[in-house]
Design a protein around this ligand. Sequence first.
Ligand code: C2O
Ligand code: CU
Length: 483
Amino acid sequence: MEFNRPVSRRNLLRSGGGLLLAASLPPAGARATPPKDYRVVAGPARARLAGPEHPETDVWTYNGTVPGSLVRLRQGEPARLVVENRLDQETTVHWHGIRLPNAMDGVPGLTQPPIKPGESFVYEFTPPDAGTFWYHPHANSLEQLGRGLAGAVIVEERESVAVGRDLLWVISDWRLSDGARIASGFGNGMEAAMSGRVGNTVTLNGSVSEAEPFQAGERVRLRLANASLARIMALRFEGHRPVIVALDGQPSDPHEPEGGRILLGPAMRIDLMLDMQGEPGRRYDVIDDFYDGLSYRLTQLAYDARPPLRAHSPGAPLDLPRNPLPEPDLASAERHTLTLQGGMMSMGGMSGMGGMMGGGMMGMGHMGMGKGAVWSINGQSMTGDGHAGMEPALVFQRGRSVVLELRNDTAWWHPMHFHGHSLRVLTRNGATVPHRQWQDTVLMAPKDVVEVAFVADNPGDWMLHCHVMDHQMSGMMTVLRVA
Ligand code: C2O
Ligand code: CU
């Protein structure tokens, strides 16, 4: 995939607004003096998503590729990202999961005016946390993300982490119609009330993947990012035992996923440590079987013929250095409940799409639902992408510890994302969540009750919303203020 190295100011000026080419960039490993400048151009391009036997697809991209340029930052070092809008509509960029100043958060109306076509906006922040993050628009989000605007951000640890290879899989779901064109019909009301716009083509780093190359015996850090509008994934690595070492960029205690299934909702990231214990020359399936009856092979782990690098696994799991997250004080924390409501009531099975076809009824009829709203949080529906004058549902005194109880009263799954903070995940359905997990996007199954905690230390108005884009647009969104 394309890789955008930091650019010096001088190069940026000389490039005259064009796309920067690798030739003008410092060699790998060279550290430009901070702040690092990136230029990110949002604009139309073409990409071969569906494989060589299909035509190219018209997409919207960051710097001409799907996924967009990888933005590589360093923990604690100032970054400067110049976003230029060459789309024919307004946009913004949200740096998903990065704890940054409110004015840099990319929510139109709420934190900045939208970037008009032909205009630029400079995002400047110093990432406090190392890890795997991503960026995407927060304007006309359903269509802009659905047409390809998404890229990964890797914030490097201060000290490099010992691992054989550091790999990134940005996984995206597309709904393609004839001629590999992106299907129209964004914002279908029926879908919005159910699972959202789940597509029919899943790409790995921008194209359908047959196989990914590995050598026996190597240890890999595999960063997974789900950049889909709505598709939830449950990945199984046949013949392997992946160990989760970070969730949403935040290191956790290393642990194997329950049942060997890695649950990855839209907008979530998971870093795996993968010891390649397979046999040279063999291939192993990576399966996504989240939706009943709709499992498919994401790719294969293809071992080359070389003999194993080492005879045994290196043993001790990769333990990533913790990020400087403020630990909430649970004894003094204020407690609030956010209840997710609405959507179609499922008749029968509730596991993903399985139960949605047999008809149903809307679980609506409560207060505060505006036009086009089918979801709500505590009876209030904010629709769209965010706009000026959104009244906060809750206001926290700066520095307070907060426990939020998230209640999913709906029949559908929701990856709930909170801006500007990372959430300590305490309990799920009454059971303690182990492994010291922090997340910015918490995947909730139907009827789940999840307790999260955080220190409200980042002043401003922050979005909290479902990251199934159709759900966000149709009301599953609110604002929390840190004053
Ligand atoms: Cu990645 Cu408000 O979202
Ligand atoms: Cu949702």
